[in-house]
Ligand binder design. Sequence first.
Ligand code: WTA
Length: 652
Amino acid sequence: MQDNIESHLTENRVFAPPPEFAANARIGSMAEYQRLYRESIDDPEAFWSREARELLWRREWNRVLEWKAPFAKWFIGGQINVSENCLDRHLTGGRRNKAAIIWEGEPGDRQTLTYQQLHREVCRFANVLKRNHVAKGDRVIIYMPAIPEAAIAMLACARIGAVHSVVFGGFSADAIRDRIADSGATALITADGGYRRGAVVPLKRNVDDALRGTSAAAGSVKRVIVFRRTGNDIHIEEGRDVWWHRELEYVDGNCEPEPLDSEHPLYILYTSGSTGKPKGILHTTGGYLLGIYSTTKYVFDLREDDIYWCTADIGWVTGHSYVVYGPLACGATTFMYEGAPNWPEPDRFWRIIETYGVNILYTAPTAIRAFIRWGNEWVKKHDLSSLRLLGSVGEPINPEAWMWYRDVVGGGRCPVVDTWWQTETGAIMITALPGAIPQKPGSATLPFFGVDAAIVDEQGEEVPANAGGKLIVRKPWPSMLRTIYGDPERFEKQYWSEFKGRYLTGDGARRDEDGYFWIVGRIDDVLNVAGHRLGTSEIESALVSHPQVAEAAVVGRADELKGQAVVAFVTLKSGIEAHQELKRELREHVGKHIGAIAKPDEVRFAEALPKTRSGKIMRRLLKEIASGKSVTGDTTTLEDFSVLATLSGSEE
Ligand code: WTA
């Protein structure tokens, strides 16, 4: 992190938008950006009403915003349906037979769905949901590979007003079980399996494990709908499980979109916070749709004939907002790919771009750093001249990776937009607008319309230029989270209490003399590993659930490839001997409880964890130890931190 700040301070390259790009862009100059930004802050209601009128409302709102901090309502009295805006709205004009989704599976199979076809599939599947007693307001878990049917399932839920909660396909049975229990989901949509690096991920088996026994989850889910993707053998539980393709035989393609109140819940997406339990971030209908519509339109500056590719999995918020809802709300062609970037070889992405003529690429710094490591020859083998815009999301991008992305992938001609946002914010918050805002490698640049971002010190006072502090947002915005599902107190405490009535992002940042934001990263107990959010306490509770573990503390350490790596300090119950095999077992244990992404990169056994006199684990000290010279892989001797703790004094 510190390294990041320093390289930022020496970073002074500025790339103005290419004139041809600016000439055709929706926002084509800094003056235009500033004029609209000013309006969006001074008169947000006028700005957002104008944007909202580009969407299809079933009933017009009578008030734009009701703000009783920290609870916001947008477009009160208005009725709208997200699926109607993403589909039906595009059927009357020339987009009817335009590709909505172009998809490639990892084995190389392909599918294209036009707006008309996608509309029909969503209507049919919405009827399948109804047939299986899924009604407006019901919660539905979606646990699927990145296939068009995942988007169809999401849109079908939105069409009938059911609330989806997508669980990333890399998460384990335990994670599914927790999310079902917390959301009270009554139905679950999954697939027999998905492909990853040539192997089949046994999705249905994980679902079966999650629903085994007499847990709250098992009692909650009445129906499991299974899409056949891989054709592997699976168990079908009579009376509970049905096949997607069989169900389609009973329905037709007519399903009117349900007119929903603007504040009707659209989805719950679980994300890691600083406690052991993931938070169910709740997004609602009208404001969220407006936020992702408006950001997709201005940030990616879509042209009617663009092919746009966001490489995120639908299990993360980026997949929700910028694979499915944002591009479809804009009537764009969204490209989806199921598998790994290095399968079968490290040029899969570049092959796809060349084959389909992708124009806009939106990916993560972790992927970019992996591409750098795999070597330029993989990129150079392919004609990437169709690309005209590049985007980055999920973690801070180091200036070197930014430059490589711009030069090697973008051929030096494509603007690069570094977009900062979060599951909670729903839509992009800080970003360059490609035709207007000059880019500095490593900076997310300036706030999007309506975003009143600031950097403050511990007292909540805005800090001067180039001083570090906490990133906050001072005004409500349309796509903001509405609450933590079922826990409004935690919502208030977590985000709105440190600086009353202002949104705490959990990120540290600074603003330079031009007002540009430089995001340093999380300053709470959340790690960002390869662009995936993980709570240290979530991993700790997984570790202590192992019968031989007494105590665990998890910290992050800088990692060249993944941004951060997970280091676990573990003390064992008395009489248990530390050994190499146990390290492996603990890593697997965490994988089983959360998912492979959470497995510690390093497990270190300690005699005792360093603690303050009041018994708090000295995390700052552990972070320093973790980032120091790493112990060799096979050391299993117990480390003794008590001396260090004494040396560094108490840390309250
Ligand atoms: C980090 C992903 C720097 C940040 C959309 C944030 C970033 C967390 C950027 C949210 C960026 C995301 N530059 N850091 N452009 N984008 N982050 O909820 O720490 O999975 O708080 O949402 O990722 O992660 P989440």
